[in-house]
Design a protein around this ligand. Structure first.
Ligand SMILES: *[C@@H]1O[C@H](CO)[C@@H](O)[C@H](O)[C@H]1NC(C)=O
Ligand SMILES: *[C@@H]1O[C@H](CO)[C@@H](O)[C@H](O)[C@H]1NC(C)=O
Ligand SMILES: *[C@@H]1O[C@H](CO)[C@@H](O)[C@H](O)[C@H]1NC(C)=O
Length: 472
């Protein structure tokens, strides 16, 4: 704009000069006429020149504006270059780690009564132990997985302290052991029950809950949380010690008042999973009662005892919401309906695949999927819009299949592959298998698509039995 302002000054001097020339030509005319005429001409010239200058300014402004546009076009071409030369080279990581987490390699958070490990997103990149863990965590978050997985090991008599989560429902599967669960819902309604291996627990967002190992062996839980952000949790002991003494005294009105409150002392170590060495002195009279079915089955599902969906190559069992609950027992219906009443609830299922069995390529319409390998080993394939990725999985590995990606799982060990899977839907899971969608597509459409005679497609047989998990 400075330049065009300067040019305008130049035009103005030219204007004055041409006025001078015209003075000499019209010397013979009457002074008034002349002066009127000259004023008119000067005005006309001035107008013309001003218009010309205006057009010039506009065109310059346009050129100035269009130049940054062309720079913008250049920038995206330059950026991938910069991106590939600096950050990606620094953090070269196999793309499979967007879908795979070697959980046994992750940090173990040790507590007096047990330990916790995580496959999750961290908002501070420094909290990841490796670039592989970071790739998985940021993939969960950027693809809005609505899921995070944690493992919880509790020693015999250990207690996962009463606590609640601000931002997630919790769905757990007990792999090993026996635990006594307490859930406190709105208005202080308490529900308690025992769970054993193969069963499922559900803690809706912000219900207070505890888990006590009441067996002789370790309890081992796989916990899915319905968030891809950092989980926000408060433990009851931490809240208690953060509450001013006088407020605690007035709220609880104990014998001895505030002096009684002052007899409580916070332990040095985090008591997230606790096990006091002198537990036998502290607890004399523990009872592990069970609440009525109508309460218990809202938070509990006997997955191991539920209907088995049998296929040639394996078995699937499901703890989920069913639109048509006619095949469910009355207690299972309570669970199904309760799940569906909660936002962002998850569906859990176990997937057992015999040696050499194949969970054929399929995808889900309405859910992301996360899974943990409990036993066996497998080859997994994921086909998304960027291509295909295949990798091996073993005990303790965690996988993530984003919604819509076609995936398959081939059991490779002698031992059955056993997966616990979570799906990010509180509705009935919707799935389409490769054989089903190819059978459903008209022969002539396939013939045209694959450059192959229509009659050739008769070679792909239809089976009476569902081939979701098949054998060769
Ligand atoms: C022990 O439990 C029994 C039955 O639940 C109860 O009646 C008794 O009061 C309890 N004793 C103590 C010391 O809590
Ligand atoms: C829960 O398990 C504990 C330990 O096995 C047992 O003592 C208790 O009776 C059980 N409670 C119920 C209601 O079955
Ligand atoms: C529900 O499922 C049962 C058994 O699978 C079937 O007989 C019934 O027709 C179904 N009901 C509806 C409304 O689809």
């Amino acid at each position: 704009m400075d330049n065009s302002a300067f040019e305008m000054h130049g035009d103005a001097t030219q204007n004055v000069l041409s006025v001078g020339k015209m003075d000499t030509i019209s010397r013979m005319e009457k002074k008034r006429q002349w002066s009127l005429m000259s004023v008119f001409l000067v005005c006309l010239l001035a107008c013309t020149i001003t218009t010309a200058v205006g057009v010039l300014i506009l065109s310059l402004v346009y050129v100035n504006n269009s130049q940054p546009h062309s720079e913008v076009h250049l920038v995206p071409e330059a950026q991938p270059l910069r991106a590939t030369t600096i950050p990606i080279v620094q953090k070269a990581v196999d793309p499979k780690f967007q879908f795979l987490n070697h959980l046994p390699k992750s940090k173990v958070f040790e507590f007096p009564g047990g330990a916790i490990q995580w496959a999750r997103y961290r908002s501070n990149v420094k909290d990841y132990l490796s670039v592989e863990e970071e790739a998985f965590g940021s993939s969960l978050n950027s693809q809005r997985s609505q899921m995070t997985l944690g493992t919880l090991r509790i020693k015999s008599n250990g207690l996962r302290a009463p606590h609640w989560h601000f931002n997630a429902n919790e769905h757990g599967y007990l792999v090993q052991g026996t635990a006594w669960i307490g859930v406190v819902d709105d208005g202080g309604v308490v529900t308690t029950y025992n769970v054993t291996a193969g069963q499922v627990i559900f803690f809706p967002k912000n219900t207070l809950h505890w888990i006590k190992n009441v067996g002789n062996e370790d309890c081992f839980f796989l916990l899915f949380f319905s968030t891809h952000d950092e989980l926000q949790t408060l433990d009851v002991d931490d809240v208690f010690f953060s509450t001013p003494e006088d407020i605690a005294a007035r709220s609880l009105k104990p014998e001895g008042g505030i002096n009684f409150i002052r007899t409580f002392h916070k332990q040095e170590e985090d008591q997230g999973v606790n096990l006091p060495p002198n537990l036998a002195e502290l607890v004399m009279n523990a009872s592990y009662a069970q609440s009525p079915d109508s309460l218990v089955w809202r938070y509990f599902y006997d997955l191991k005892g539920s209907k088995e969906y049998r296929f040639p190559g394996g078995i699937i069992q499901r703890a989920q919401y069913w639109k048509n609950g006619s095949e469910l027992s009355n207690n299972e219906k309570i669970f199904s309906e309760f799940l569906n009443q909660h936002q962002n609830a998850l569906a859990l299922s176990t997937l057992r695949i015999y040696n050499n069995g194949l969970r054929q390529p399929h995808f889900h319409f309405n859910a992301n999927e996360m899974g943990y390998v409990i036993s066996g080993c497998a080859k997994v394939g994921i086909i998304n819009t960027q291509g295909t990725i295949e990798f091996d999985i073993h005990i303790g590995d965690v996988i993530f299949f984003p919604i819509g990606t076609q995936h398959y799982i081939k059991s490779m060990c002698d031992e059955d592959l056993l997966f616990i899977l979570a799906f990010s839907t509180g509705d009935q899971l919707q799935t389409l298998d490769m054989d089903d969608y190819l059978q459903a597509t008209a022969d002539h459409i396939l013939a045209q698509l694959f450059f192959k005679k229509q009659s050739e497609f008769k070679k792909i047989p239809k089976f009476k039995e569902d081939q979701a998990i098949n054998l060769p």
